[in-house]
Design a protein around this ligand. Structure first.
Ligand SMILES: [Zn+2]
Length: 114
C-alpha cells in the first residue's frame, strides 16, 4: 500500500497498491515519477509531460537548494511517497504552470557538476 501527499496543497494525491502519474484531486497539480531517486523522477516526469530537460540532475539539485519561501515552490515540488519499507520520488507541477519553464528555473538554482 503506497500513499502520496501533494507537496503543493498537502492534500492526498494518490494511494493504492501502485501509484501512477496523474493529477492531484485536491489542487489539480500534475505529478509523475515513481522512481528511486530525484534525478530519475525529474527525467520520468519530463518524459511523461513530453518536455525537453537537458539536465535532470541539475533540476533536482536546484529544487533541493530552494529556500522554503521561494515562489517557484508554489508551482513545482518534489516529494516521496510512503510505502512499506521503501519509497519512491515524485515531481509535481501546479495546474496551469509550464513544467519546462519551472524545470529550467529550478535548474538555475542547481550547481553544475564540474
Ligand atoms: Zn495538490
Amino acid at each position: 500500500m503506497a500513499e502520496l501527499t501533494c507537496p503543493l496543497c498537502h492534500g492526498r494525491a494518490a494511494e493504492g497498491a501502485e501509484i501512477a502519474a496523474a493529477r492531484c484531486p485536491s489542487c489539480g497539480a500534475r505529478f509523475a515519477g515513481g522512481t528511486e531517486d530525484p534525478p530519475t523522477a525529474v527525467a520520468a516526469a519530463s518524459e511523461s509531460w513530453t518536455i525537453e530537460t537537458p539536465d535532470a540532475r541539475l533540476v533536482a539539485d536546484g529544487l533541493f537548494r530552494l529556500a522554503p519561501d521561494e515562489p517557484l515552490l508554489e508551482r513545482l515540488g518534489i516529494t516521496t511517497d510512503r510505502r512499506d519499507g521503501f519509497y519512491r520520488w515524485w515531481v509535481f507541477v501546479a495546474e496551469g504552470a509550464d513544467p519546462a519553464a519551472a524545470f529550467s528555473e529550478a535548474a538555475s538554482h542547481g550547481l553544475p557538476r564540474t
